[in-house]
Design a protein around this ligand. Structure first.
Ligand code: TYD
Length: 207
């Protein structure tokens, strides 16, 4: 089972994952968590290029291809083998981030993007995707406070608003794959809501 978490900046995805892993393991599931961009040695090196604040001249097409290069590697090296081994793979961001950020954010043609994504992923689509939805200004504020500012956060508020709206459009287009969780709630409630969403495909997951 391949499950991804998505969301705009500061939605808190990353902080929830270790607790979801713990919960699933307690219930007897074999589970592996990873993140994008990254999750492999090559992917982590690409991540450094993508997030480096010095790389202000990066062209959106370069950005797109670097994300896909990292993705192709993690799909083949990590995700596919684990899925073949009947594990649950929980990934912090995946291809929907490219559609939301590069497609809606940078306004790159969505059909063209889907073609590059298909090439990078070899057609691997998540079984379930959870969107942690949050007001953009609240999310960016959270990230600034946490001192986790990176090159992509530095795009304009309008860019991030397009990203959030893009995610919500993706949910509309493919409602059976997506679950939306309101990430403005307190942390425990968000965690409980994510577990409820997981329960729809993994029985016994909610507390
Ligand atoms: P990260 O620090 O992991 O942010 P977050 O904790 O919000 O996930 O940085 C990843 C950044 O890369 C984030 O700003 C989203 C962006 N991104 C894309 O623009 N396209 C993509 O395909 C992926 C995977 C991430």
């Amino acid at each position: 089972m391949f499950i991804t978490l998505e969301g705009p900046e500061g939605s808190g995805k990353t902080s929830h994952i270790p607790y979801l892993v713990e919960c699933l393991k307690e219930r007897g599931y074999k589970v592996f968590a990873t993140r994008e961009p990254g999750g492999t040695s090559i992917g982590e090196q690409i991540r450094e290029v993508l997030s480096n604040l010095k790389n202000t001249e990066m062209n959106p097409r370069t950005e797109i291809l670097l994300f896909q290069a990292a993705r192709a590697q993690i799909v083949e090296e990590v995700i596919k083998p684990r899925l073949e081994n009947s594990e649950i793979v929980l990934c912090d961001r995946y291809a929907d981030s490219t559609i939301a950020y590069q497609g809606y954010g940078h306004r790159v043609d969505l059909d063209q993007l889907r073609r590059v994504i298909k090439f990078a992923t070899n057609g691997l689509v998540p079984d379930l995707t959870i969107l942690l939805d949050l007001d953009v200004k609240v999310g960016l504020q959270r990230k600034k406070k946490a001192d986790e500012w990176n090159r992509l956060d530095a795009y304009t508020v309008e860019f991030h608003q397009r990203v959030r709206a893009g995610y919500l459009e993706l949910v509309q287009k493919e409602p059976e794959r997506w679950r939306v969780v309101d990430a403005s709630q307190n942390w425990d409630t968000v965690q409980a809501d994510i577990r409820k969403a997981l329960k729809t495909i993994l029985p016994g997951c909610a507390q």
